[in-house]
Design a protein around this ligand. Structure first.
Ligand code: SF4
Length: 366
């Protein structure tokens, strides 16, 4: 469907009432959302566009994108988009664990400067925060959005409009936060946006609780995969997810291997901005419940050693975490430093720059 571009750009300051979430100094802050001015792509952007095409553009030009969208949408009728495999007919308004019909709910969209540096560049990462979640951890830092579903139902055309608005704001990519349960809507929105001028890489920012078969459907569409690898031990993931995702480690590993097969090691342009590849996040939790040593050695043994890995220190006691003895505190400097040391010992060579800077600070404190 071709839509008038101005129509997209009219209504886009969004979405969840309170608006803008961003990460600063490791803390999530809420801010009022303000409308953004439309900006024209620079000559540089146009040159880059000629030289490099995102995956979805190539697929559309080959006439294959529409068929993928159709296949993705058909899954809504007996939903098995994620390992929960609820089997609900979301096309008829039924909802499964993720509490979402076949319409996406969006909390906010904005240029985000707290993501990994290759995503942020100078113009920010163009994040769209989707509401609800198929995993729902007890320590979730975005629980009003992920657990409570705050936000507003939107059409695929609305999402396409947000993508174009973020592009016109100077963002370097479209960063789809919690995309798993509304993947078909995202694909359709991407096609609509492409027909109206979208040319940024798509970044699939997921909890990692994915089905390999569903990730296969995204082959050639997603440019950058940004999965979490939250737990390596099924007993821990069972304990710290509301609906006992014992199979999280197995499913996340399978999905990440498939992501790597599709996009490989992170590629950046001459400015150091990500264009394509895999970036894995691992949040260090208290008392080693996330198994950071196992994480580092699993990556080293199963993926290229120069896979981009972000070992994160910003764990906080959020939502229901205070009810769980082992995770009811912040991490110590020792816990963060040992996690980075294990990554180095495992031979990982492409660790996130800001994590390494934090490592130095924590090491000095010990
Ligand atoms: S996407 Fe939602 S409804 Fe579908 S299987 Fe997962 S949790 Fe269930």
């Amino acid at each position: 469907m071709d839509l008038d571009r101005k129509k997209f750009l009219k209504n886009i300051c969004y979405v969840g009432g309170a608006g803008l979430l961003y990460l600063a100094g490791g803390a999530w802050l809420l801010k009022a959302c303000t409308p953004m001015e439309e900006t024209k792509p620079t000559e540089n952007d146009k040159t880059e566009f000629k030289e490099w095409l995102p995956g979805y553009a190539r697929l559309e030009e080959e006439g294959k994108l529409a068929e993928r969208i159709e296949r993705a949408y058909s899954i809504f009728e007996d939903c098995e988009l994620c390992p929960r495999r609820c089997g609900e007919n979301r096309a008829r308004g039924e909802t499964g664990f993720c509490q979402t019909t076949d319409k996406a709910v969006v909390y906010s969209r904005q240029p985000h400067f707290g993501e990994e540096l290759p995503l942020v560049g100078t113009g920010g990462s163009g994040t769209i925060f989707f509401s609800n979640c198929n995993l729902r951890c007890v320590f979730c830092q975005n629980y009003p959005i992920a657990h409570k579903g705050r936000g507003r139902e939107v059409s695929d055309e609305d999402i396409a409009g947000m993508m174009l608005d973020l592009q016109d704001s100077g963002c370097h990519n479209i960063n789809l936060v919690t995309p798993t349960h509304i993947m078909p809507n995202i694909l359709n929105a991407t096609r609509i946006a492409y027909k109206n001028g979208l040319h940024l890489p798509l970044c699939y920012n997921t909890s990692g609780y994915e089905r390999k078969e569903i990730i296969e459907l995204l082959d050639g569409i997603v440019d950058i995969y940004l999965p979490d690898m939250k737990f390596m031990d099924g007993k821990q993931s069972e304990k710290y997810n509301l609906a006992e995702a014992y199979d999280y480690p197995e499913k996340a590993k399978e999905a990440i291997l498939e992501m790597n097969r599709q996009v490989g090691v992170l590629e950046k342009d001459e400015r150091g901005i990500a264009r394509k590849g895999l970036m894995i996040r691992h949040l260090v939790m208290p008392n080693r419940v996330s198994s950071p040593r196992d994480f580092a050695f699993w990556v080293a043994e199963n993926l290229p050693k120069d896979t981009y890995v972000n070992i994160m220190s910003q764990y906080r006691v959020e939502f229901e975490a205070f009810e769980y003895e082992k995770i009811a505190r912040a991490i110590t400097s020792e816990e963060f430093v040992e996690a980075i040391d294990w990554a180095k010992e495992a031979g990982l060579t492409n660790l996130d720059e800001r994590s390494l800077a934090r490592y130095e600070i924590h090491r000095d404190r010990m």
